[in-house]
Write a protein that binds this ligand. Structure first.
Ligand code: CTP
Length: 399
């Protein structure tokens, strides 16, 4: 997807600059050309020699480099790329972008460019959370600057929290997404995924065997077609999809709240294995053994998230896709489920243990729509995801 594209990579002066070496390598592996620009401070963290060697191109760093001025000029340099990427985007660089400064090569290029800009912030957590920083981020977002990260975690400065630069592969995915001219460009899609955990007491819960693999694959396939994806997931084993807004929840009620917060969307794909029941009143403290007396759990029905959203009078997504995990009469049950829940499509699969589908890497699904039933051959979950994403793109394209 990046073949033939050119990225102007502005490397800011932060400890995360070392990750840019890997980022350049991965971009070039995907066929992209990288024009590197380093701020003066960046040179304190990585050498221009390493950057130039990996990029296979000269590093630009001086605004008043007259040779370059004569040959190309900084205005032209700002226009050669399909995308400008700033990584790491330090607090100072972001502030200067927000303020419209143009006092070195990096800031001048950012002012002069007419191509989209993606930034990967990296800074100390307190700097990131500072009101001035948040003001600058809001201003830059308002100007149409795209952001990837920062992630939360342990930081080089010994503190913990948001501020860590995204990993190179996360930045690559964001770059692909920013440059995707796929059929879902400009579309917002919600995906639910994984199991839910319904608490019994502070240490015990009711769960199911869903790994979240199919939901993750669907989210990534939608991103690859250019969609903005909100991924609401229960505690799943599968890795979180790259390039999505991820909302982590535990229980069905929390999942419903997160789904409602994510609306409006153009389409919803409800791949989560939501627990049908919860313990009516979870114990506030751990239930203790009591002389052989067995605890009695009283259940309450969970909200049906798919049905709730499908039956919304206002703001219902244009396309609602549910899943049906069945062990008997797969098609008949799925058809009945489609009507009962009020969704448009049901992706039905047979989850008897002998199929190896639940928790496995393959899936054999039937797409149940108003028009009939399509039987898809058994294939990898990623292939099911790609095919479903294409069908969603077709359906939204016909709206
Ligand atoms: N679903 C949901 N909220 C629930 C239960 C299910 O959103 N509380 C969604 C699932 O994400 C899936 C679809 O509904 O897209 C079907 O889930 P499934 O568990 O197969 O259906 P149930 O309603 O539980 O029906 P049954 O258990 O009778 O098969």
């Amino acid at each position: 997807m990046l073949g033939g594209k050119r990225i102007l990579l502005i490397i800011g002066g932060g400890i995360a600059a070392y990750k840019c070496l890997d980022l350049i390598r991965r971009l070039r592996e995907r066929g992209a050309a990288v024009t590197p620009v380093m701020t003066r401070a960046a040179g304190e963290f990585v050498t221009p020699l390493s950057v130039a060697a990996l990029a296979g191109e000269t590093v630009h760093s001086d605004l008043f480099d007259l040779t370059a001025e004569a040959e190309m000029g900084h205005i032209q340099l700002s226009r050669v790329a399909d995308l400008v990427v700033v990584a790491p985007a330090t607090a100072d660089l972001l502030a200067r972008m927000a303020g419209g400064h143009a006092d070195d090569l990096a800031s001048t290029l950012l002012m002069a460019t007419d191509t989209p800009v993606l930034v990967a912030p990296a800074m100390n957590v307190r700097m990131y959370e500072h009101r001035a920083m948040q003001r600058n981020i809001a201003a830059l977002k308002g100007d149409g600057v795209r952001f990837v990260g920062p992630n939360a975690g342990d930081m080089a400065c010994g503190e913990h929290g948001p501020g860590r630069m995204s990993e190179p592969m996360e930045i690559v995915t964001a770059i692909e997404q920013a440059m995707a001219d796929g059929p879902l460009q400009g579309r917002r899609v919600l995906v639910t995924s994984g199991p839910t955990h319904e608490p019994i007491d502070p240490v015990r819960y009711i769960a199911n065997r869903s790994s979240g693999a199919q939901g993750t694959a669907i989210a990534e396939a939608l991103v690859a077609l250019g969609a903005e994806v909100v991924f609401v997931t229960g505690p799943a084993d599968a890795p979180r999809p790259l390039g999505c807004g991820v909302v982590e929840v535990e229980s069905a009620q929390q999942m419903l709240d997160a789904v409602q917060d994510a609306l409006p969307v153009d389409a919803g794909v409800f791949a989560a294995a939501v627990a049908d029941w919860r313990v009516k009143t979870a114990n506030g403290s751990k239930i203790k053994k009591d002389d052989g007396k067995l605890p009695v759990l009283e259940f309450a029905e969970n909200p049906d998230i798919l049905a709730t959203v499908s039956r919304m009078n206002e703001g219902r997504p244009g396309l609602m896709v549910g899943f049906a995990a069945e062990t008997d009469d797969v098609i008949a049950n799925a058809q009945a489920k489609r009507l009962r829940k009020g969704c448009d499509w049901i992706v039905a699969n047979d989850v008897r243990p002998e199929t190896g589908i639940m928790g496995g890497t393959e899936n054999a699904v039937h797409l149940v729509t108003e028009g009939g039933v399509e039987d898809w051959p058994r294939m990898g979950k990623r292939d099911v995801a790609r095919r479903l994403a294409m069908r969603i793109a077709e359906a939204l394209g016909q709206e």
